[in-house]
Design a protein around this ligand. Structure first.
Ligand SMILES: [Zn+2]
Length: 253
């Protein structure tokens, strides 16, 4: 089982990070830590060095903070992606968030930055992990321009079923489902109709725990897999096999 997207570099884990990772190591094959900012990218890299072969990093810049990022910040992120190309398993998380970003000019800025990362991933043939919220259709229309990106991951997919069907028609796109599946009816309805060949599992820790007060952690990806099995009326092992194989293929881990 693989948690393909989490943020265990965050300070929420500063007091017990090694315990959290130890718990994950007991049940999971791998954990992918998704870089959120220039600092976070470096922390994800360090974790991948400390837990070699278990933790893998991706380097990105979160879309909500990217709207206010300076040219210099984005340049640093680009340079680090190039510098650590052999260490990272994808570019991300990057993308567009129309839920939090409502101003037109800021949305344009966000999209411009997103396209910069897409160009980079395209140039170096690296998969891309995307945070796309309330603008899934827009992203689906943009990404076919980047023919040399091997895989596109819609992290925490929450768009419509119609857009999900479009995503399944592009054979290098997948949707990642988190622990949110355990309590979100919309996500449960989606997964029921989405072919597992297009599915990855994640937690997005520390976010999206079962309750708002709780802190999520990678081992909880087991709950995501169990929920998928329950909804699809399949064996947990079978769901695990398919989704883990998808992750291995996409991230080459
Ligand atoms: Zn995330």
């Amino acid at each position: 089982m693989i948690d393909t997207h989490c943020h265990i570099d965050f300070e929420e884990f500063d007091h017990d990070r090694s315990e959290v990772i130890k718990r994950a190591q007991k049940c999971l094959d791998n954990v992918i830590v998704s870089g959120y900012s220039n600092d976070s990218n470096m922390k994800a890299l360090q974790l991948s060095k400390d837990y070699e072969g278990f933790i893998y990093p991706t380097f990105g810049f979160h879309p909500v903070s990217s709207q206010n990022a300076s040219e210099e910040d984005i340049k640093i992120a680009h340079n680090n992606i190039k510098k650590y190309l052999d260490d990272i398993v994808a570019v991300g998380e990057v993308g567009m968030d129309y839920f939090y970003v409502t101003d037109k000019t800021l949305r344009e800025r966000q999209q411009e930055i997103f396209k910069g990362f897409l160009e980079l991933a395209n140039e170096y043939n690296v998969p891309i992990v995307m945070h796309v919220r309330d603008c899934e259709k827009k992203a689906v229309n943009i990404i076919p321009e980047y023919e040399d990106i091997p895989y596109f991951v819609f992290h925490c997919y929450g768009g419509s079923l119609k857009t999900a069907k479009k995503i399944m028609n592009m054979d290098n796109c997948v949707m990642s489902f988190s622990t949110m599946l355990c309590y979100s009816k919309h996500h449960q309805d989606l997964i029921e109709k989405i072919d597992l060949d297009y599915v990855l599992t994640e937690t997005d820790s520390p976010y999206l725990a079962m309750t708002k007060e709780e802190r999520n952690e990678p081992i909880n990806v087991t709950k995501t897999v169990a929920k998928i099995a329950e909804i699809k009326n399949m064996d947990i092992n079978e769901v695990n096999e398919i989704t883990t194989a998808n992750a291995r293929k996409i991230f080459k881990i």
